[in-house]
Design a protein around this ligand. Structure first.
Ligand code: NAP
Length: 344
C-alpha cells in the first residue's frame, strides 16, 4: 500500500496534521510501498533537546535513557515535548519500498544520515546501547522510517562519521550563504565563531571575492583571534548580539562607516533580531538561521526603524545543502581541523 509522501498516513493524533507537529505517529515498522526502512545505529539528539533532558534527568545517563524511551514510546518519534525539537540519525538502509526502487540513489546496505528531523521520523528503539553526553549522541538498536519526501545524505567515506554529522547538522546555513552572497558584497555574520557561523564565514569569503568584505561578530577576544587566524573573515568585531546599538556602531566602523549588503544570524540566543537588521542597507538581505529568532520581533522591529530589507527564515534545507557543506570540509584544511578539534 502507498502512503502519503509527507507521511500523513502515519499520524495518529491529531488527525489531519503533518507528522512533525503531531503528538503521536505510528512507528509500526512494516513499511508502505513508498517508504524506506533504516536499521538505526545512532541518534544525534538536537542540542536544545538533549540539554533539556540531561538537566531534567540530573545528568544521570540511566534517567536520560529512560526519558528517551518514554518519549519514543509515547510519540512514536524522538520529539522532545518541551523543546519540540528532534535531531538526526545515522543508520543503514534495510529495505526500500517497491514504489521507490530505481527512483532514488540508495541501495540496501548504504549508510546514511537522515536530514529530516527526528521530530517527524517514525522510530522504534529496541535497546539503548550507550549515551555520549559530550556530543549529544545516543547509540541504539532500533529501526526508523524515511518518508518519500524525506531527505538524507550518504555518509562520505573520506571523513569520519562524527565530523560529517557535525557539519550536516547546520548544512542549510553555508548552502544558503552560497546562494545569497555575490561578488563585491559586504557581509556581517553574527555568532561567527560557532558551528554554522564558521561555515558561513568561509562560504561568504569565498563568494564575495577580493572586492567584498566579510566581518564576523563574536563575543570575546579568543573567538576574534580564532577567526582572524583561520583567515575566514576580513575583520572580526566583539559585541553582544543582544545589544543592537553597540552592534550597529562597531559593525559600521568595521565597514568604513558603510551599511552592509547582507547579514547572517547564526547566534543561539534570543533578542538578536535588531542587531541583524540595523546594520543593513535598504534593499539588503537579512538571513536568520538562528532558531531563537522571533518573527514578530523581526517584522515589527524592521518596520519600527523604517528598514526596507528582505528577511529570510533559515530553512534547514536548500537544494544541494549536504554536498556544499561537506565540500567545505574537503577544500578547507583550516575549517576541517578546527571542526575536528571542536566536535570530535
Ligand atoms: P553554536 O555553534 O552554539 O554557535 C552559536 C554562536 O552564537 C556561538 O559562537 C556563541 O558564542 C554565539 N553567541 C551566543 N550568544 C551571543 C551573543 N549574545 N552575542 C554574540 N554571539 C553570541 O550553534 P550552531 O550549531 O551554529 O547553531 C546556531 C543557531 O542555528 C542555533 O540557534 C540553532 O538552533 C540554529 N540552527 C538552525 C537550523 C535551521 O535549520 N535553521 C539548523 C540547525 C541549527 P560563544 O561561542 O561565545 O558561546
Amino acid at each position: 500500500m502507498k502512503g502519503c509522501k509527507y507521511g500523513t498516513h502515519r499520524v495518529i493524533e491529531p488527525k489531519g496534521s503533518l507528522p512533525q507537529p503531531a503528538l503521536k505517529i505510528s512507528n509500526d515498522m512494516n513499511i508502505f510501498s513508498n517508504e524506506i526502512l533504516i536499521d538505526v545505529q545512532a541518534l544525534n539528539v538536537d542540542s536544545a533537546s538533549f540539554t533539556q533532558i540531561e538537566e531534567e534527568a540530573g545528568h544521570d545517563t540511566k534517567k536520560i535513557a529512560a526519558k528517551i524511551l518514554e518519549i519514543v514510546g509515547e510519540r512514536g518519534k524522538m520529539q522532545n515535548p518541551v523543546t519540540g525539537s528532534g535531531g538526526m540519525l545515522i543508520g543503514t538502509i534495510e529495505k526500500i519500498g517497491e514504489d521507490l526502487e530505481g527512483k532514488i540513489d540508495l541501495k540496501v546496505g548504504d549508510k546514511i544520515a537522515t536530514l529530516v528531523s527526528l521530530s517527524l521520523t517514525p522510530l522504534q528503539i529496541d535497546e539503548i546501547i550507550d549515551i555520549k553526553p559530550d556530543i549529544d549522541r545516543v547509540e541504539i538498536k532500533g529501526k526508523a522510517i524515511l518518508f518519500e519526501s524525506g531527505i538524507y545524505a550518504k555518509l562520505p567515506t573520506d571523513m569520519s562519521e562524527t565530523l560529517a554529522l557535525a557539519a550536516l547538522d547546520v548544512a542549510g546555513a553555508p548552502a544558503q550563504t552560497a546562494k545569497l552572497v555575490k561578488p563585491g558584497d559586504s557581509v556581517l555574520i553574527l555568532g561567527a565563531a560557532g558551528k554554522s557561523g564558521m561555515m558561513c564565514c568561509y562560504e561568504a569569503k569565498k563568494r564575495v571575492g577580493p572586492t567584498g568584505r566579510v566581518v564576523g561578530l563574536v563575543r570575546n577576544e579568543k573567538s576574534k583571534a580564532k577567526l582572524l587566524e583561520m583567515g575566514i573573515v576580513d575583520d572580526a568585531i566583539i559585541a553582544s548580539a543582544q545589544l543592537p546599538v553597540e552592534v550597529l556602531e562597531t559593525s559600521l566602523a568595521a565597514n568604513n562607516g558603510n551599511e552592509y549588503d547582507i547579514s547572517i544570524n547564526c547566534v543561539n540566543v534570543e533578542n538578536t533580531e535588531m542587531s541583524s537588521i540595523l546594520p543593513i542597507r535598504n534593499g539588503g538581505t537579512v538571513y536568520f538561521f538562528s532558531m531563537a529568532t522571533s518573527f514578530t520581533k523581526a517584522a515589527l522591529g524592521a518596520e519600527g526603524v523604517g528598514k526596507d530589507v528582505d528577511m529570510i527564515i533559515g530553512n534547514g534545507y536548500t537544494k544541494g545543502h549536504a554536498e556544499i557543506t561537506l565540500q567545505i570540509l574537503r577544500e578547507s584544511e583550516i575549517v576541517r581541523t578546527t571542526f575536528e578539534k571542536m566536535y570530535l
